[in-house]
Design a protein. Structure first.
Ligand code: 5GP
Length: 203
């Protein structure tokens, strides 16, 4: 059986990547990795569902024990991907999504050369600010820091395989699903098919 696709979705907060991922999971059956973070939970967030919320000491212990596939500091907090769950999903042929920022994405690409990196953007940076302000979960300082970080992250666009502009979520979800379908059809991901077809007709 072909291994699943390790799909990395990055993009500024407010690019709508969280909503895209939610829809890929709820409507199209994708698996998503739950990250560990030292950031405080937002009012609607639950431990073990949105993130595994950790103290700095707990997080550093996970790093020391080699439990993380990648980790990075982002706007003053640690974020990281627990390794075991991701490996299990890939081995069982499932596509798995990591919704992570650029430093982590590049670490994963070094370990998994066939990981597929998608960068999501809203149609404009003005729209990005509007979405962050509308969400109302961050202070003005945090919103400013995240907009600055968005501009910095754009520098890494050439390291990504695809960009998906999130104008409407439904279209963006379809775009991501098409990318994954095409990736799964790559010859390099299906070496066993050569033997399946070879020599069958003349027997
Ligand atoms: P937020 O605080 O808005 O939930 O996430 C901030 C940033 O951290 C987002 O860009 C999000 O994709 C990223 N992020 C979430 N989980 C991880 C992770 O496990 N590793 C890395 N490197 N980034 C993450």
């Amino acid at each position: 059986m072909a291994k699943g696709v390790l799909l990395i979705i990055s993009g500024p907060s407010g690019s709508g990547k969280g909503t895209i991922v939610e829809q890929l999971v709820s409507e199209l059956g994708y698996c998503v990795s739950i990250s560990a973070t030292t950031r405080n939970p937002r009012p609607n967030e639950k431990d073990g569902i949105h993130y595994f919320f950790k103290t700095k000491e707990e997080f550093e212990k996970m790093i020391d024990n080699g439990e993380l596939l990648e980790h990075a500091a982002f706007c003053g907090n640690y974020y990281g991907t627990p390794k075991k769950y991701v490996e299990e999903q890939l081995e069982s042929g499932k596509n798995i999504i990591l919704e992570i920022e650029v430093q982590g994405a590049l670490q994963v690409k070094k370990k998994y050369n066939d990981a597929v990196l998608i960068f999501t953007m809203p149609p404009t940076l003005t729209e990005l600010r509007r979405r962050l302000e509308f969400r109302g979960t961050e202070t003005k300082e945090v919103i400013d820091a995240r907009i600055n970080r968005a501009e910095e992250e754009l520098e890494f666009l050439p390291d990504y395989d695809y960009i998906v502009i999130n104008d409407t979520v439904d279209e963006a979800v379809k775009d991501v699903d098409c990318i994954v379908k095409a990736e799964r059809m790559k010859c390099s991901r299906n070496p066993e098919l050569k033997n399946k077809f070879k020599g069958v007709v003349n027997k």
